[in-house]
Design a protein around this ligand. Sequence first.
Ligand SMILES: Cc1ncc(COP(=O)(O)O)c(C=O)c1O
Length: 366
Amino acid sequence: MIVRAEGASWFDASGRRYVDLGASHGVGNLGASAPDVVRAIQAQAGELLYLGSGYESPVRTEFLRKLLSLLPPSFGSVFLSNSGTEAVEAAIKIARSATRRPKIVAARRGFHGRTLGALSATWRRELREPFEPLVPEFAHVGFNEPEDLESEVDERTALLLIEPVQGEGGVHVASAEYLRAARTVTERVGALLGFDEVQTGIGRTGRLFAFQHAGVVPDLLTLAKSLAGGVPIGATVTTPEVESRFQGSHHSTFGGSPLACAAGIAALETVVRDRLAERAERLGQLALDRLRGIRSERIREVRGLGLLLGVELRERVAPILAALEERGFLAISAGSTVLRLIPPLVIPEEDWAAGLAAVEEAIVRG
Ligand SMILES: Cc1ncc(COP(=O)(O)O)c(C=O)c1O
């Protein structure tokens, strides 16, 4: 039971401090209650808390301008919602409507959310099965297997949807070759390429957006989690060309509220001003070296990009999480055997070093 938090420190009711190594599954890139975000929320709440989407508000205009200024110039259109799964739903609808094609191709092990459309793109059987039948015309291909793309992405395909780093699926980093192949095949058959950066976006992987590592620019980009520093938000970004082909309507009552937009402006300004992507790259590289140096038969592989790291074990991860919690460190899993380390990008260096030492101790000694 957590009652209070500050930066990367979480406190229980007894006042015991825990170091956050999970950032609430990627929401907390700026840490808990980032001061600039809190100030922006307080000011905006007193000014204009909610506004129906039929009206413009200066904060929404400013937030959209700021977000687009950080993206490649091909992007020009943003649909705002309230969560990652909604951002993905919008991407699916935009792709189907703009291409007038039915098929959505996603990757095995991928995770895209839990509403029915996003769930249909999600891979894990136990998440899907209780809710079947899901949405028709979804197919899955091997992740990091470019030749699979050739056979599945075809003239009936509206969208190829990929996470540049699979987070929930076990922390698997897409190769630049795979992302380039995805770009080539979608262009050839006239399908749209979508990158789901709900978890990897906003500095997490050492770039503001993970696709910048490979330099492959998609047609659709989904963002959420830390985009507004902890306030619910989702964004589906696309090109004016795709937007011009969209037919039909899509809408979200709370999407783009002044409160979320004000928080979003503060969050984006903080990430850029404090160079948090560069920090993620540096702390992530140190951690990869440190974790790869751990001598233990229990470790199968260490992988990751920036501060999205996975330690795959040859056994279940739950006891390691419990051992870490006992030592005052809160990490999360990615599947049953992968220890996922995604701390706030603002984690103090001494807490990060102590966290990595605790991971080593928990794995080596239990
Ligand atoms: C890549 C990705 N897409 C979509 C989602 C769904 O986001 P939300 O839980 O905000 O609906 C997640 C959540 O973990 C995610 O990691």
